[in-house]
Write a protein that binds this ligand. Structure first.
Ligand code: BTN
Length: 269
């Protein structure tokens, strides 16, 4: 496995502020947890925390996130001057960034599953966990955690996950250069993030359009498990706050802010 160092990650990284400060670790519990500690300490916007492995990686809805060596486990610390209601768009934007980077670096064709998964051929290759610290009308900071199954074997993951996940090395049949991937990811992130924060009103519709263009959720029969219950229907669009719009059998339009999406025409996604 090629080794990563802060110096390698920074050399040739052409960004204004994303990744201009990098904290690289061999092993930590969670880059999001470390990101929160650093954000509270007052580090600059764009600081990136990356670890070779995580011992207590966190997924959405309190789940564990398996993070063995060979993957790309990182958190970007952001200080966007936006209201908290716009924050779900950061997750959509990050999904686009991740899919585009995978396509650029590997020529594979990933798809996006609402709200936060990147898939290749129906299997999860990347998950995104955006965590916020916020005042009622303004975000204090956002932690964008990205877990990319890169140079990992499927057998590196727990048995119960193996049928649902894929990794870049598995799809490509050769390892990726993680430094190159990381740099492309951060450059693409900055390219979309700067206009989003400068003018959210103009840019959110563009982000949603771009997300829908790569998504495999829109135009699909889905079942969404939310904390208050399950809603089944046809996924039609994403609204400006990142919610999924589902039209139920009885013709009701439901707006779903958060939940787990299951494709009813396929049980392996
Ligand atoms: C999910 O699909 O449930 C989201 C997974 C997010 C995992 C990443 S790995 C880097 C960062 N640190 C964490 O503890 N979680 C996120």
């Amino acid at each position: 496995m090629n080794t990563i160092s802060t110096e390698k990650l920074k050399t040739g990284l052409k960004t204004k502020f994303i990744g201009q400060e990098i904290k690289h670790y061999e092993s930590i519990p969670s880059t999001n947890a470390e990101g929160r500690r650093l954000a509270e300490e007052g580090v600059d916007e764009g600081t990136v925390v990356i670890s070779e492995e995580q011992t207590q990686g966190r997924g959405r809805r309190g789940r564990a996130w398996s993070s063995p060596k060979g993957g790309i486990w990182l958190t970007i610390i952001l200080r966007p001057k936006i209201p908290p209601s716009y924050a779900p768009v950061i997750t959509l934007l990050t999904g686009i960034v991740c899919a585009k980077t995978i396509e650029k670096v590997t020529k594979l064709k990933p798809t996006l599953k609402w709200p936060n998964d990147v898939h290749i051929k129906g299997k999860k290759v990347c998950g995104i966990l955006t965590e916020l610290s916020s005042e009622p009308d303004m975000v204090k900071y956002a932690l964008v955690g990205l877990g990319i199954n890169a140079n990992n074997k499927i057998s590196d993951f727990p048995k119960e996950l193996q049928a649902q996940v894929t990794t870049l090395i598995t799809e490509l049949k050769q390892p990726i250069n993680r430094v190159d991937f990381f740099q492309n990811l951060l450059m693409e992130f900055e390219r979309l993030y700067i206009p989003f924060t400068k003018d959210p009103i103009v840019n959110i519709p563009k982000i949603i359009k771009s997300w829908c263009g790569i998504s495999d959720t829109i135009g699909r029969d889905v079942k969404i498990e939310t904390i208050t219950g399950t809603i089944a229907g046809f996924a039609t669009e994403i609204s400006e706050d990142g919610s999924l719009i589902v039209v139920t059998k009885s013709g009701e339009k439901e707006r779903i802010i958060a939940g787990d999406c299951i494709y009813l025409d396929q049980d392996n996604e």
